[in-house]
Ligand binder design. Structure first.
Ligand SMILES: Cc1cc2nc3c(=O)[nH]c(=O)nc-3n(C[C@H](O)[C@H](O)[C@H](O)COP(=O)(O)OP(=O)(O)OC[C@H]3O[C@@H](n4cnc5c(N)ncnc54)[C@H](O)[C@@H]3O)c2cc1C
Ligand code: FES
Length: 351
């Protein structure tokens, strides 16, 4: 049977050497048959190191659920880097990300991106979303961890104005706290929204290792659907506390970063990227993703920290060490996260 050629393929053949994207981009740079792109419509400074970047949803964009994140691609010196960012607006509004400058890609977004620039995007994803049925809520956030919660609160403000929500946001100083005026205004206008700002510069770290602080600030915290997003230590403490109190089912967490375990690196080995026909010697501290990229193998990636699972790649042979736990694992056919896996002996990857 003759295979029907997709329209993009036919146009590509007719327009060679230009790709169909090059032609369509002349009319609308947001169009791409392969990779959605969005045009930045506004950049709002939220603080000395933070900016909200709004963009027009690209054609065919699936509306996000409040709390979800997108993979954003940014070109720096001709290389496209991908990172994950939570959407901070409510569904139905033009999407936006709110980025704090802490490194290479966030720095580029906060300091250089302007109205009219084009960003590369993947569809929204993530499980850190509002519960389907109304419940009293407790949102605990630290630093930029407020961004997905902002999307939830903006959504609730439009759809469930009587929602019972306690927001406990930790920041070093009031000047560092994001969206603080909007949160205060929301708490004043919505009868059941309470906003508490925890200033760690004055009050010390928000302690979630024991029940004391929560019992004092939100006595019914065990009964609420709790959402925690913030620094790694805060999320880990919350996970332990809710589990110890038998309330683990009430807790939903989002991590923005994950540390690697300390200690000596493993042995490393020879990594074969079977489909790319490449072979490279890799030490036990280098991830398979880094090794592949350095050798010119195109591997998918997103957060590069073991969270988003964009980098899952099939293991054909060998075992790998998970650099976030130290665990050595892997059977042929397993999907492994190349961004946090180093070879533990010789490895073959389906890439
Ligand atoms: C699901 C998800 C949602 C996210 N949402 C947001 C968001 O809404 N706003 C936002 O600003 N960022 C968010 N991030 C973090 C973001 O993806 C990047 O990790 C961050 O911007 C740093 O990237 P970079 O290239 O600037 O820094 P890099 O140059 O890659 O890293 C700089 C250093 O900072 C460390 N690091 C990375 N992320 C963090 C972090 N969050 N806290 C502390 N140290 C870190 C790295 O380990 C590295 O040592 C999110 C991450 C995930 C996984
Ligand atoms: S790139 Fe996100 S889990 Fe590997």
């Amino acid at each position: 049977m003759r295979r029907r050629r997709p329209l993009a393929e036919i146009i590509s053949a007719l327009t060679y050497p230009l790709h169909v994207d090059d032609i369509t981009a002349l009319f609308d740079p947001r169009y791409s048959s392969k990779q959605p792109r969005a045009r930045v419509t506004k950049v709002v400074r939220e603080g000395p190191r933070t900016a909200t970047i709004r963009f027009h949803a690209p054609p065919g964009w699936r509306e996000h659920q409040a709390g979800q994140w997108v993979r954003v691609g940014v070109e720096i010196d001709g290389v496209r880097h991908w990172r994950s960012y939570s959407l901070s607006t409510a569904p139905g509004q033009d999407p936006a990300i709110t980025v704090t400058d802490i490194g290479q890609v966030s720095g580029e977004l906060v300091r250089r991106v302007r109205r009219g620039d084009i960003l590369y995007l993947d569809p929204p994803q993530g499980e850190f979303v509002l519960p389907e049925h109304p419940r009293p809520l407790l949102m605990i956030t630290g630093g930029s961890g407020i961004t997905p919660v902002m999307s939830m609160l903006r959504t609730l403000a439009g759809r469930r104005a009587d929602a019972d929500v306690v927001v406990l946001h930790a920041a070093r100083t009031r000047a560092d706290a994001l969206f603080v005026d909007e949160l205060d205004a929301l708490a004043q206008s919505a009868p059941n929204v309470q906003h508490m700002l925890w200033l760690s510069g004055e009050q010390g770290r928000l302690d979630l290792t024991t029940v004391d602080t929560l019992d004092r600030l939100c006595p019914d915290w065990r009964d609420r659907a709790a959402y925690v997003c913030g620094p790694e230590g805060m999320v880990a403490d919350a996970e332990r506390l809710w589990a110890d109190e038998g309330a683990g089912d009430h807790l939903t967490m989002e991590r923005f970063n994950v540390s690697r375990v300390d200690g000596p690196a493993g042995e490393g080995g020879t990594v074969t990227f079977t489909r790319s026909d490449r072979e490279v010697a890799v030490d036990g501290a280098t991830t398979l993703l880094e090794a592949g990229e350095a050798d010119g193998v195109a591997l998918p990636s997103g957060c590069r920290m073991g969270i988003c699972r964009t980098c899952l790649t099939k293991l054909d042979a060998g075992r790998v060490r998970d650099l976030t736990t130290g665990e050595v694992h892997g059977d042929p056919g397993d999907l492994i996260r190349t961004c946090v896996s180093a070879p533990a002996g010789d490895v073959q990857l389906d890439a």
